[in-house]
Design a protein around this ligand. Structure first.
Ligand SMILES: [Zn+2]
Ligand SMILES: [Zn+2]
Length: 389
């Protein structure tokens, strides 16, 4: 188990050279080259396309496919994501996912979270990577699924040669094809790598510092639309930390999450499948619980108790949820019995309760949305009233 008290750990030279050496090289090489050459439009287009390619390799591949298993991908998609993620130079899938699962498990813990935001911007953004884990390498005990994945292990074993081949090979190939080898090497290769590094690092730093917490306040993760734009949809980090197994981070249909759109689009042509979604009932419930929490705080500040109407609604929602959980339990029990006895009568019973469950679920969901809207209206008018007093 790694510890994040890395102040005394030895310096990780490969990481230092990559993370500090590349910006240094860019500051010298790009202005020097531009004195004697103009960058072609093709070189700038390669910068944008390759930035999208490598960043989505991390968000859709490393993060949502391998670290969280939020969907399944066909082999060609897995290979593409592996190449794109390698091209982003953020260590192997195995290493990245293991560290990321520890981050979710021990989020904000000063000792155990590898990039705890509680240790400040610099540390959570980049500082944590510049030194080794004090206890040596990660033991990968928390990624048994990935240790059994041939593609993941292939990339882990041959990581350095793969990084060299992709980092130089992809821009060189494109540069040669469009007739601007050095322009593409500098913009699509070097500058793209630096930008793609820092936008991913924003997720660990800024997404734990600035934004709203509509789903949970048990950790520092925030939802931030501006950061979602730069991070290919990962800016809805508060949602992600409470429901990490959802393939969406921007869960509302209008939220800017290109990673979610990519995964969904691939599913329409059969290249990805079994996209995991948290039931909207659970999402609404978390949202509502936070609304009550914020309201309670607001009213406390003004020395008021919660309005009776709100308290009543809160109880009603709790009761409905209990009822729903009960039906879910009944359903699970019957399913278990069905497994044991193959009788036809049992299958009929299961079908009946399945229908009942669906009806109940729809009803509760509808009620919850209505009540949530009502609570919002009541809270808004109450807040206005209290402020006037
Ligand atoms: Zn996080
Ligand atoms: Zn995550």
């Amino acid at each position: 188990m790694p510890s994040s008290s890395t102040s005394k750990a030895p310096i990780n030279w490969p990481a230092v050279l990559t993370l500090l050496g590349t910006p240094l090289a860019a500051i010298i090489l790009i202005p020097w080259y531009s004195q004697s050459h103009d960058f072609t439009p093709g070189a700038w287009i390669s910068f944008i396309c390759l930035l999208a390619f490598s960043s989505l390799g991390i968000t859709a591949g490393y993060h949502r496919l391998w670290a969280h298993k939020t969907y399944e991908a066909s082999k060609p998609v897995q290979i593409m994501m592996m190449i794109a993620g390698t091209f982003a130079v953020q260590n192997s899938i195995l290493f990245w996912s293991s560290g990321h699962r520890i981050h979710h498990r021990h989020v904000d813990d000063l000792e155990l979270d590898p990039y705890s935001a509680k240790k400040g911007f610099w540390y959570s953004h980049i500082g944590w990577m510049l030194r080794d884990y004090p206890s040596g390498e990660l033991d990968f005990k928390n990624v048994p699924d990935l240790r059994n994945d041939k593609l993941v292990m292939f990339q882990h074993k041959h990581y350095i040669p793969l990084v060299i081949v992709t980092s130089f090979g992809i821009p060189a190939l494109i540069g040669w094809a469009i007739g601007d080898l050095w322009g593409v090497m500098l913009l699509g290769g070097l500058l793209r790598l630096i930008v793609s590094h820092h936008v991913t690092f924003f997720i660990n730093s800024l997404c734990h510092m600035f934004g709203k917490r509509p789903y949970t306040d048990e950790n520092t993760a925030r939802d931030n639309f501006i950061l979602a734009i730069f991070t290919w949809g990962e800016g809805y980090h508060n949602y992600h930390h409470i429901f990490q197994y959802d393939y969406r981070n921007g869960v509302k249909w209008w939220q800017y999450d290109p990673t979610k759109w990519l995964i969904w689009s691939l599913s329409t042509v059969g290249l990805t499948r079994n996209l995991r979604r948290i039931p909207s009932f659970n999402i609404k419930r978390a949202e509502l619980a936070m609304k009550f929490k914020y309201a309670e705080k607001d009213f406390e500040i003004f020395g008021h108790d919660l309005n009776e109407d709100i308290v009543h609604l809160k109880h009603k929602i709790a009761l409905e949820y209990d009822m729903f959980t009960q039906t879910m339990n009944d359903w699970a029990k019957l399913k278990e019995q069905e497994l044991q006895s193959k009788k036809a009568s049992m299958a009929e019973k299961i079908h009946q309760i399945d229908l009942k469950l669906k009806q109940e679920f729809n009803l509760i969901e509808k009620n919850l949305v209505e009540q949530s809207d009502r609570v919002e209206v009541v809270l808004r008018s109450l807040r206005k009233e209290v402020k006037r007093i």
